[in-house]
Ligand binder design. Structure first.
Ligand SMILES: [Zn+2]
Ligand SMILES: [Zn+2]
Length: 156
């Protein structure tokens, strides 16, 4: 489904316990940013307390992001069981929760990520993925100090 709608009138009788799947297309991110790879499972309860709609739910989906060091694609899970929203109801019969859920996911996606803690990244000289193989660029000179060679140059 593309929208998660709450019918306020129905909540006057009893809370709504839901478990729905939202189309992953509701969350659009820009080029180069992480994007969703699975539809979004939302499950929780919506209840009316006085004039306030209170929604508590869990959100679960998955996303793809590029490792900031080696540029490999990483697939990760997104999940929270703490989505919470309070909405004051003023003469509304239907509340669309889609925007709130979209915002929660977008804010929860990391800006940068690593494929693993000690990702070795790419060789800055030849571009080899140092997690997968090695190159000889760094072998000469002092370890990985690629600027050390500059010290030997006679720069004035
Ligand atoms: Zn990496
Ligand atoms: Zn190299």
């Amino acid at each position: 489904m593309k929208n998660l709608l709450i019918y306020v009138k129905q909540l006057e009788k009893k809370p709504w316990v839901f478990s729905e799947t939202l189309d992953k297309g509701i969350v659009e991110t820009g080029a180069g940013l992480p994007f969703l790879t699975e539809d979004i499972l939302v499950s929780g309860t919506a209840e009316l307390i006085g004039k306030t709609l209170l929604v508590r739910c869990a959100i679960k989906t998955a996303y793809s992001i590029t490792c900031a060091r080696c540029l490999e694609t990483i697939e990760k899970e997104f999940s929270t069981d703490r989505f919470l929203v309070n909405i004051e109801i003023v003469n509304q019969d239907i509340i669309d929760l889609t925007g709130y859920i979209r915002e929660d996911i977008i804010l929860g996606l990391p800006a940068v990520s690593l494929c693993k803690k000690n990702c070795k990244g790419l060789c800055p000289l030849c571009g080899t993925n140092l997690n997968k193989s090695s190159c000889s660029c760094m072998e000469s000179g002092e370890k990985s100090d690629r600027w050390s060679k500059l010290d030997d140059l006679d720069i004035k």
